[in-house]
Design a protein around this ligand. Structure first.
Ligand code: ATP
Ligand code: MG
Length: 176
């Protein structure tokens, strides 16, 4: 059967970017594909998907590559956060080219790029030249135009309303 690696982007201000990527990853895992999810910037919160990944086994690996909070904006950006983003990107690139994974999800990478912590041209070049069978999913608001242009499927989540606006705090199983 004809198979081609696709580049997908989930962006926009509405909720559902990460969770849609996780749903696609679960679908791929069910098809016997090997899935790696690298979460940029995330690290301090314990998300349910970390434990779900354990249950799904060695072909569904999720790793948090950050420390969960970032101060950004010019000189405010902590060099340690930039170092973590660079390390996450090095690992992502290596994984995409390794032949070990059928799908690689780079969760919140769009934020890292829009915060100026990662060069979009470098990411675009690596994704353009990747092995043809590897699916890649990028998530986060403010997807860079270079990456949007390169992508095959781009979805913009639009907020109609969010429970947060009613003062409802983040709920287990929905937000984390
Ligand atoms: P999710 O992980 O639930 O799919 P997301 O990836 O689309 O959300 P992010 O920008 O990564 O959204 O933000 C993550 C957190 O912010 C989640 O707890 C999510 O519920 C919350 N969130 C997302 N969109 C909104 C919004 N429009 N208003 C308030 N909170 C939001
Ligand atoms: Mg997200």
């Amino acid at each position: 059967m004809y198979r081609q690696g696709l580049l997908l982007i989930n962006t926009g201000p509405g909720k559902g970017k990460t969770t849609a990527a996780l749903g696609t990853a679960m679908r791929a895992a069910g098809n016997g594909m090997r899935v790696l999810i690298l979460q940029f910037l995330k690290g301090s919160w314990h998300y349910g998907e970390l434990d779900a990944a354990q249950i799904l086994g060695p072909n569904f690996v999720l790793r948090q590559m950050g420390r969960g909070f970032v101060k950004v904006g010019g000189a405010e950006t902590d060099p340690e956060d930039i170092r973590l983003v660079q390390a996450a990107w090095d690992e992502a690139r290596q994984a995409i080219y390794s032949g070990e994974w059928d799908m690689v999800v780079l969760d919140e990478i769009n934020y890292a790029i829009s915060y100026g912590m990662l060069d979009p041209a470098q990411v675009a070049e690596a994704l353009r030249n990747r092995p043809t069978m590897v699916h890649v999913i990028l998530t986060g608001r403010n997807a860079h135009p270079l990456l949007v242009e390169l992508a095959d499927t781009v979805t913009e989540m639009r907020e109609i309303k969010h429970a947060y606006q009613k003062g409802i705090q983040a709920q287990r199983g929905i937000e984390y």
